[in-house]
Design a protein around this ligand. Structure first.
Ligand code: ADP
Length: 488
């Protein structure tokens, strides 16, 4: 038992093979009916043949029993016709016939062994009562039949009376039936072996043919995996293989897309980080190259270098926030946050910048909102949107932040009187490093990462962000975030 378990453990890989299962199923389906038939057929033939034999012999005995009465054999004890009939019957069926009178005396034995002896057996007694009995002895292969010898008399009233004068006890051999059954058994065994060979070969071929598309699919996927080809996988032999091919192609093209966007991101990052470096290098080189630089110019160049360092710092810290948020498992630090107070705080921090640009900041609160959110991330969302609204505004412009809520969500709307966003850029503003006007954005210190960070933070809260903009008039960003964070 342990050995079997160990063997199954070692070969479990092969036992899960579809080819093996198909082979097994076809062999079982093909062989079981054949084996059942080969066992049932000879047995059915034997029992039917015995039934027929019993009925034939019983009929013959009934005829002879009539002749026994008409020829007065029971009184006289001999008759040539009867003798001939009895010997014909016993020869035909290789049987022995005893004629027993009502006094249980054997008056005729076709084997001449028990003549004139007496016999008592339950069957004989039942026969003398008028019953016809037949039985088959399986072990010896003999049929035993008891037929009453009945004389029909008529009494004074004209009614007929049945008078049992004796019985005929017959045993008949079934050797011929047995030998035919044996032959039948041999033939059906031979047929079973032939069918078995055919079924095994057929099952082997079918299991090969039926699993071929899976093998093809595996090879095609392996080719893509090893990088031999980037052609789409398409095995149409079965609907199932077609679906697997489609699913694989979808996954593969998504992976390619991810890989492309990763490469693009890396090249963008390198480029963005290199730009301030190049400016610093140019500034430093020109200072080093000219020894007689006046102190004012020196100072101005150093200020420029500091600005570039700040820029580099901002890009790096923005990148770090983005990477942190890109992790799907990024944890939110959910607490009960007074959103009104939070917006007030952010606006207070941004007011000096707004004042510098002569932009008016206004907060309109429709109601008090307390939500279960990550305070730092919500603050980052508001800061980025309001910061953009100030940065891309005009002189003496305005920015209005409106807060409202229903029973499920709170809504923050950041509306500005700025330059607006052209329609064809609206779909791209959330992309990393995307800027509508690269040089202008850089001038005012943009990295192109702000909205990407904002969107990630909103999605983490299972919220949405939408934008409406009219170039030259202004932009409205609307953020909707659930009041309660639902953990999945
Ligand atoms: P940046 O750091 O350059 O501001 P963002 O990701 O925050 O990057 O924004 C992407 C681009 O979307 C900006 O460069 C700007 O062109 C445009 N944009 C964002 N907010 C506004 C706004 N309120 N008004 C006009 N343009 C905007």
């Amino acid at each position: 038992m342990n050995r079997l378990r160990e063997w199954i453990g070692n070969n479990s890989k092969y036992l899960r093979s579809m080819k093996l299962w198909l082979f097994g199923v076809i062999v079982i389906i093909g062989m079981v009916p054949c084996i059942i038939l080969s066992k049932i057929l000879p047995r059915a033939y034997a029992s039917r043949a015995i039934e027929v034999r019993i009925s034939d012999v019983t009929n013959q005995l009934h005829i002879i029993s009539d002749h026994l009465i008409t020829s007065s054999f029971m009184q006289v004890g001999s008759s040539e016709v009867i003798e001939a009939e009895l010997s014909q019957l016993s020869n035909l069926y290789d049987g022995r016939i005893l004629i027993i009178d009502a006094g249980l005396k054997i008056i005729k034995d076709t084997y001449s062994i028990s003549q004139n002896k007496f016999i008592i057996s339950p069957e004989v007694i039942r026969g003398l009562r008028g019953e016809t009995i037949s039985s088959y002895n399986d072990e010896d292969g003999y049929i035993e039949i008891v037929v009453p010898i009945v004389e029909t008399l008529t009494d004074q009233d004209g009614e007929s009376i049945q008078n049992v004068r004796g019985v005929m006890l017959t045993s008949v051999a079934t050797d011929t039936i047995a030998s035919t059954t044996e032959r039948l058994r041999d033939v059906s065994d031979l047929v079973t072996y032939l069918v078995a060979i055919f079924v095994v070969v057929f099952a082997y071929l079918m299991s090969m043919v039926l699993t071929r598309p899976l093998k093809k699919l595996n090879a095609a996927i392996s080719d893509v995996k090893e990088g031999y080809t980037s052609d789409p996988v398409m095995i149409r032999d079965y609907l199932e293989t077609e679906r697997i091919s489609d699913a694989f192609n979808a996954v593969f093209s998504r992976m390619k897309l991810l890989d492309d966007s990763r490469q693009e991101f890396v090249s963008n990052v390198s480029h963005e980080l290199k730009t301030p470096m190049t400016s610093m290098k140019v500034l430093a080189d020109s200072l080093l190259g000219d020894e007689s630089t006046p102190p004012e110019l020196y100072r101005e160049f150093m200020e420029d270098i500091t600005r570039e360092i700040d820029r580099e710092n901002k890009i790096i810290s923005d990148l770090l926030s983005l990477v942190k948020m890109d992790k799907t498992s990024a944890e939110l630090n959910i607490t009960q946050v007074d959103v009104n107070a939070l917006i007030e705080l952010v606006l207070k921090r941004l007011r000096p910048i707004a004042r510098k640009k002569d932009v008016e900041l206004e907060f309109v609160s429709m109601r008090e909102v307390v939500a279960s959110v990550d305070e730092v991330k919500i603050s980052q969302i508001i800061t980025n949107l309001v910061d953009n609204a100030i940065k891309y505004n005009k002189e003496q412009g305005w920015v209005t932040v409106t807060l409202d809520a229903d029973h499920q969500y709170f809504t923050m709307e950041v509306k500005d009187s700025g330059m607006g966003i052209p329609e064809d850029s609206l779909n791209h503003i959330y992309e990393r490093f995307y800027r509508v006007d690269k040089s202008h954005s850089r001038e005012i210190g943009g990295t192109g990462l702000g909205l990407a960070i904002t969107r990630s933070a909103i999605l983490m809260h299972r919220g949405t962000i939408t934008v409406e903009s009219t170039p030259g008039e202004g932009t409205i960003f609307t953020v909707r975030i659930p009041l309660v964070y639902i953990v999945e």
